[in-house]
Write a protein that binds this ligand. Structure first.
Ligand SMILES: [Zn+2]
Ligand SMILES: [Zn+2]
Length: 195
């Protein structure tokens, strides 16, 4: 009987020690986990320490409070989201717009069908469409003729149109009619008043 009791108390002691050690390890790992989790969600050191302290003091209820209050997204997720948003924004910005009339144009168009602005040029070698300013084809590495020459050459037929339209309408007429009209009316006014 006495042997049994001492053996029993020893096993109880061992069990209590084991469970106590396990609970202590669990408590410590929960605190560490909370600290790490908060560090992944916030750069604020005070918030990281506070979160770990709440769990350290309140244990499981503290963990529950932390899980409710913690920032919903980790810093990595926030960064990823900002990258996605940026990419989306860039896509919208890159949606090609004609520099002449601001209408949407297709990536494969050489010319704007609305205002006849030249958008792209075909490579002299592989004939794939490249930017007007590029001096070398990115697809076949062929050097392109000087951009001024190609820009000038191709739009001849439409440049005559725009050149003919542009200067005749806005440039000389307002300049001629603008200053002469007010002076005429002024002269009329001064003439008519004394008479
Ligand atoms: Zn256009
Ligand atoms: Zn090419």
């Amino acid at each position: 009987m006495p042997i049994d009791i001492s053996a029993l108390s020893e096993t109880v002691l061992w069990t209590v020690t084991f469970v106590g050690a396990f609970l202590a390890a669990l408590w410590l790992s929960l605190v560490i986990w909370t600290f790490r989790d908060m560090r992944a969600r916030s750069r604020d050191i005070l918030a990281q320490v506070m979160a770990a302290l709440v769990v350290a003091v309140l244990l499981l209820p503290g963990l529950l409070i932390y899980l409710i209050l913690r920032p919903p997204k980790t810093l990595a997720e926030q960064y990823e989201q900002s990258l996605e948003e940026e990419a989306l924004l860039q896509e919208i910005e890159e949606r090609r717009v004609c520099p002449g009339c601001n209408r949407q144009v297709d990536e494969a168009w050489q010319i704007c069908p609305n205002c006849l602005t030249r958008l792209k040029k075909p490579c002299v070698s592989c004939e794939r469409l490249i930017d007007l300013a590029w001096t070398v084809c990115p697809y076949c590495a062929t050097t392109q003729p000087a951009p001024e020459a190609t820009v000038y050459e191709k739009p001849e037929f439409m440049q005559t149109e725009t050149v003919a339209n542009a200067p005749v309408e806005p440039a000389p007429e307002p300049a001629g009619t603008g200053p002469t009209e007010p002076s005429l009316t002024e002269a009329d006014g001064t003439d008519s008043d004394p008479a």
